[in-house]
Design a protein around this ligand. Structure first.
Ligand SMILES: Nc1ncnc2c1ncn2[C@@H]1O[C@H](COP(=O)(O)OP(=O)(O)OP(=O)(O)O)[C@@H](O)[C@H]1O
Ligand SMILES: [Mg+2]
Length: 224
């Protein structure tokens, strides 16, 4: 069984969606569409009656609701809030929450079908060093794998660095990258699947991602 991604075209590219109980890294630069795509992923689950949770380390609940209000197909997010869709803001500061505490909180969660953590870079800021951050991230991934949730980790990363692959890239079952492509006419948003375990797909082919008042969706355009 696959887990639907929220984007019909991405489901078809991945022959149904993300692998079950998988950890997907959603990587992209600022403004590429990570948060909207993450909301879409959770709304898809909420509509199907699944338990969904958005752990936000950056934006407030109000800011996320505002983002959902900016695109019509996401307006329904509000309908499920407080029911089977929760937004959980975790305010990290050196004084009140450490990485260790964050891992403890997560490992005590009840079973949740779909979890988003946005954005994991914030965890890096509060780790003692990069090595500790990677170790915590692997711990988070493994503890959520045990709970059989589907986990989407948003990470802000510029294009060039993706291929260098930190530990988290190896631990993740899938890597989806959002980029701005500089084409001749105008810059275009694109989605690229780099890795998806157990799945047959077109690796590294950029697909145009369109965001407007109505929806966020992949178009038929393959950008060569
Ligand atoms: N109705 C809309 N029409 C067109 N573009 C929109 C609309 N709503 C939002 N956008 C654009 O979508 C972009 C992507 O938003 P999103 O917050 O998902 O990106 P992100 O990758 O999470 O960025 P960040 O690095 O800030 O977290 C926004 O920068 C905004 O310009
Ligand atoms: Mg965001």
């Amino acid at each position: 069984m696959s887990v639907t991604t929220g984007l019909k075209k991405l489901d078809s590219i991945l022959s149904g969606g993300y692998p079950e109980n998988s950890v997907i890294l959603l990587s992209g630069g600022p403004g590429t569409g990570k948060t909207l795509l993450a909301l879409k992923f959770l709304l898809e689950g909420a509509k199907a009656g699944e338990k969904c949770c958005y752990i936000t380390l950056c934006e407030s609940t109000e800011e996320l609701i505002k983002a959902a209000e900016s695109v019509k197909s996401l307006n329904e997010v509000k309908k499920y809030l407080g029911k089977n869709l929760a937004i959980e803001p975790i305010y990290m500061s050196q004084s009140n929450i450490s990485m260790k505490r964050f891992v403890d909180i997560l490992s005590n969660y009840p079973k949740i079908d779909r979890i988003v953590i946005d954005d994991v870079n914030k965890l890096l800021m509060f780790s003692e060093n990069e090595k500790a951050y990677r170790a915590y991230l692997v711990e988070i991934i493994n503890s959520l794998k045990r709970t059989k949730s589907s986990l989407l980790l948003c990470e802000t990363k510029s294009d060039e660095i993706l291929d260098s692959g930190g530990d988290e890239s190896f631990e993740c079952d899938g890597i989806v990258q959002l980029v701005f492509l500089d084409l001749e006419e105008k810059p275009m948003r694109a989605l690229i699947v780099h890795k998806m375990r157990y799945t047959n797909f077109d690796a590294k082919v950029p697909h145009e991602l369109k965001i407007d008042n109505m929806d966020i969706k992949l178009t038929e355009t393959k950008v060569i």
